[in-house]
Ligand binder design. Sequence first.
Ligand SMILES: Nc1ncnc2c1ncn2[C@@H]1O[C@H](COP(=O)(O)OP(=O)(O)OP(=O)(O)O)[C@@H](O)[C@H]1O
Ligand SMILES: [Mg+2]
Length: 339
Amino acid sequence: MDKNNLKIGIDLGTANTLVYSSGRGVVFNEPTVVAFDKGTDKIIAIGHEAKEMLGKTHDKIRVVKPIEQGVIADKDSAIQMLDHILKHHIMQFENFNPKKTTVLICCHSDLSMIERKALKDIIVNFGIQNVFVQEEVKAGAIGAGIDIYTPEGSMIIDIGGGSTDIGVLALGDIVVSNSIKVAGNHFDEEIRKYIKKKHNFEIGVLTAEEVKKALATLRDDLEEEKEISVSGRDLKRGLPARITIKQSEVRNVLKRSFNAIASQILKVLEVTPPELAADIIETGVVLNGGGALIDGLKEYLEELCQLNIRISPEPLTAIVKGTKDLLKNKGDYLVAPSD
Ligand SMILES: Nc1ncnc2c1ncn2[C@@H]1O[C@H](COP(=O)(O)OP(=O)(O)OP(=O)(O)O)[C@@H](O)[C@H]1O
Ligand SMILES: [Mg+2]
């Protein structure tokens, strides 16, 4: 690969999309949300601005989340989102030339070859021919500082918006992987359900996420319990109102989800070849994704799984930063999904 050619890495996540460009670093980092004018079908907002519209639109605006559980759920809006990113954040670079640009797009490990090819084709349709698809567990491990090319086994867990992906890597590739749909969106939904049942009070999805980000903890030894006041609808009176949610309430909801994640980690260890499992017990497990930011998670999973857990230095950007290395040093490892 020519040193001067542009190299682009894309992490098209359920919750957030990040784009890396050689020589420039992370050039896009916004929610994977697109808002359309229903009449003209033109984009009216993208990213943060579109996310703020979720649940607040009138009938002339359509807000779409193109990716669900790591898979393209709405192809048209996924194309529109990538089109916007490429036009506004990549194509204006003076060294942009579609024929000399390499794009690496990351995907979940359980994506079929057909789904990988569909992802690749979206980028190819912009005239870019060097398009590769790589598992995000791999990119995320590199971004978290793991040397994945050694024979020593490592386990990486990505707790994203749509799913928690668990991968065991050795000699540059995935040996075992598994995924469950228990991640950020699920936590938000569980918080919403709990508040509805316990307090007879309805809150929106964005408010549930706000509660999670403000209060999420798995610690039992809270010195001072935090709380947050949020607005929604009092279902008894049917009127808008405010409610205060305590940290211990959120902790109890989250514990159920993390117990399920811990069981899944142990299931993956059970089917991991013994030599690699021994390496993981020795070196521990690394956590990526927004869910890794939850307070007390390290200690909670260490207790349940009896493994050493390390939180990645930058859990939200590890994948896209890992694409830099895959694009730069390890070009030989890139494999395009068959045409
Ligand atoms: N401080 C925090 N505490 C708890 N959760 C957080 C925090 N910051 C972000 N999150 C959650 O992390 C999730 C987004 O993480 P991430 O960007 O890794 O997901 P994604 O890559 O878009 O999704 P996926 O990998 O499943 O396709 C969201 O659900 C968000 O609410
Ligand atoms: Mg992700």
